[in-house]
Design a protein around this ligand. Structure first.
Ligand code: NAD
Ligand code: UGA
Length: 432
C-alpha cells in the first residue's frame, strides 16, 4: 500500500520504518528541514535500538522516503497517518492540537482519491470529528474517512512493539475504512487482537491506558515509601503482588516517578478532558501531583546523604526519562537535577544516549561527562536516576578509588546493595 506519514518523530519514524519493512511504500513527511535532510543523508534523528538496520535496508530497497512536502506524502497515498506532537498547553495543560489541525489542513488539498486519514497522535475525545470537519471545509470534494488508530509503542522498544502489538485499536464506523486498515495490518491477522470500536471510544482507550499505567506506577511508588518506613522490601512486595495474574507483574518497578513525553502530558490532558465533561478524576489528579512531589522528595533524599559536605559534588548517572532512548522530555532525572540545583551543589552527569537532548534543557547549569569514570571523579555521591544496563555493572572497586566520598543513591534499585556495602559504600535504594 502507499502510505504517507505526517510527523517523523518518535512515533512517525519507527512506524514508517516498520510499515516499509512490511512491504509498503512509505513517505515520511516533516516540516523540520534539518530532520529530513539528516534522514535523506542516512542519519537517524533519534536513538531507538534496532532501528538503524531496518532504516538502512528499507531506504536501500526504495520503500522508505523522506520529504518536507506534504503534497508528495499525500497525493498518491491510500492511508495518511497523522503522527505529529500533541504537547500540553503551557497554561491549561490540555492537549495542544495546533499541530494536528495544521497537518490535517495541509493534507486536505491533496486528497484526490479515497484516502483514510489515520490519527496516531494521542488526541482528546472528539478530535476525530474536528479533523473531519476541518478537512471537509478545506476541500469539500475530498473522499476520505478519519480513523482513530492510537499508538501504544514504548520508546526503547518501538520496533518490537510495532511488530508485536498487544492489540490494534481501530476507531471508525466506516466499513470502507475498516477494509483499508485491515489490509494495512493484514500481516498481523491471527497474531494480535483487533478491536473495532467507535472513534470516540478509540480516542478514550489511548488515554485510559496511559493513565492506568501511570496510576499503577504511582501506586507502587507509594508502596515503596511505606516499605521504607516499615522494613519491608518493595522488590519482594512487587514480586508477591505481581504474581496475582489479576494484577499482573508489569509496571510495578518503583523508582523516581514516571516521566517521558506521554504519561505526564496524557494524565494532565485526561484530567482536563474529564473536568470539561463534568467528571472529577481524583485518582488521576492525585497521580499527577504525587508524581511531581516524588521527584522533589528524591532530590531531597539525595541531598540528605551529603548534608555534612559543603558544596558537595553529585555525580548523576542517567538523564533520559528511561533506558533505551535518548528522549529527555519530562525526564525524572532532569526534574531531580533541577530540584537539587536550588541548593549549593555541583552536578556532573553522564548518559549513554541522552546528553545532547539534556543539554537542550539544562544548558550549562551542570557539567556533562563522556563516561562513567569521568563523572565519578572526586564525586561525593553517585545518584543513579535512569536504569541503563551499563550502570548495573558499576565497578565498585574503580568507583571507590575515583570518588571523594563513597555514597550511592540508587533511584532505580539497579545495584546489589550488599556488594556496594562490602566495598565500603553507604548505599540507599528505593523502598527498602
Ligand atoms: P515528536 O515530537 O517526536 O514528533 C512529532 C514530529 O511532527 C516532529 O518531528 C515535528 O517536526 C513534526 N510536525 C509537527 N507539525 C507538523 C506538520 N504540520 N507537518 C509535518 N510535520 C510536523 O512526537 P512523538 O513523540 O512522535 O509523538 C507524536 C504523537 O504520538 C503524540 O501525540 C504522542 O502523544 C503520541 N505517542 C507518542 C509515543 C511515544 O512513545 N513518543 C507513543 C504513543 C503515542
Ligand atoms: C508509554 C506507554 O508504555 C506506551 O504504551 C505508550 O504508547 C507511550 O507511553 C505513549 O503514549 O507515548 P513510554 O513513555 O515510551 O511508553 O515508556 P514506559 O516504558 O511506559 O515508561 C514511562 C515512564 O514510567 C518512564 O519514566 C519509566 O521509567 C516509568 N516506569 C515504567 C516506572 O517507573 N516503573 C515501571 O514499572 C514502568
Amino acid at each position: 500500500m502507499k502510505i504517507g506519514i505526517i510527523g517523523t518523530g518518535y512515533v512517525g519514524l519507527p512506524t514508517g520504518v516498520g510499515l516499509a519493512e512490511l512491504g509498503n511504500d512509505v513517505i515520511c513527511v516533516d516540516l523540520n528541514t534539518q530532520k529530513i535532510n539528516d534522514l535523506n543523508n542516512g542519519k537517524l534523528t533519534l536513538y531507538e535500538q534496532g532501528l538503524q538496520e531496518y532504516f538502512e535496508n528499507n531506504v536501500k530497497q526504495k520503500r522508505l522516503h523522506f520529504t518536507t512536502s506534504v503534497q508528495e506524502g499525500v497525493q498518491n497515498a491510500d492511508i495518511v497517518i497523522l503522527a505529529v506532537g500533541t504537547p500540553p498547553d503551557p497554561e491549561t495543560k490540555q492537549a495542544d492540537l495546533q499541530y494536528i489541525f495544521a497537518a490535517a489542513q495541509e493534507t486536505a488539498p491533496y486528497l484526490t482519491h479515497y484516502t483514510v486519514i489515520a490519527v496516531k497522535s494521542t488526541v482528546p475525545v472528539g478530535t476525530g470529528d474536528q479533523i473531519e470537519a476541518l478537512i471537509k471545509k478545506t476541500n469539500p470534494k475530498a473522499d476520505f474517512d478519519v480513523v482513530s488508530l492510537p499508538e501504544f509503542l514504548r520508546e526503547g522498544f518501538a520496533l518490537h512493539d510495532f511488530f508485536n502489538p498487544d492489540r490494534i485499536v481501530v476507531g471508525t464506523q466506516s466499513s470502507k475504512a475498516i477494509e483499508t486498515i485491515k489490509q494495512l495490518y493484514q500481516p498481523f491477522e491471527g497474531k494480535t487482537k483487533f478491536l473495532f470500536v467507535n472513534r470516540r471510544s478509540s480516542e478514550t482507550i489511548k488515554y485510559a491506558s496511559n493513565a492506568f499505567l501511570a496510576i499503577k506506577i504511582h501506586y507502587i511508588n507509594e508502596m515503596a515509601d511505606f516499605c521504607e518506613k516499615t522494613g519491608a522490601d518493595i522488590s519482594e512486595v512487587a514480586q508477591g503482588l505481581g504474581a496475582d495474574t489479576r494484577i499482573g507483574n508489569k509496571f510495578l518497578k518503583a523508582g523516581p516517578g514516571f516521566g517521558g513525553s506521554c504519561f505526564p502530558k496524557d494524565t494532565l490532558a485526561m484530567s482536563y478532558m474529564a473536568k470539561q465533561a463534568g467528571v472529577e478524576m481524583r485518582l488521576i489528579n492525585e497521580t499527577i501531583s504525587g508524581n511531581l512531589q516524588r521527584q522533589q522528595n528524591i532530590a531531597q533524599k539525595i541531598l540528605n546523604m551529603v548534608t555534612d559536605i559543603p558544596n558537595p559534588k553529585i555525580a548523576v548517572l542517567g538523564l533520559s526519562f528511561k533506558d533505551g532512548t535518548d528522549d529527555c522530555r519530562e525526564s525524572p532525572a532532569i526534574r531531580i537535577i533541577e530540584e537539587m540545583l536550588k541548593f549549593a551543589v555541583q552536578i556532573s552527569a553522564y548518559d549513554p544516549k541522552g546528553i545532547e537532548n539534556a543539554k537542550q534543557i539544562l544548558g550549562n547549569k551542570i557539567k556533562f561527562n563522556d563516561s562513567i569514570e569521568q563523572v565519578l571523579e572526586n564525586a561525593d555521591i553517585v545518584a543513579i536516576l535512569t536504569e541503563w544496563a551499563d550502570f548495573k555493572t558499576l565497578d565498585f572497586e574503580k568507583a571507590a578509588l575515583n570518588m571523594r566520598n563513597k555514597r550511592i543513591f540508587d533511584a532505580r534499585n539497579l545495584l546489589d546493595a550488599q556488594n556496594a556495602e562490602k566495598h565500603g559504600f553507604v548505599y540507599q535504594g528505593i523502598g527498602k
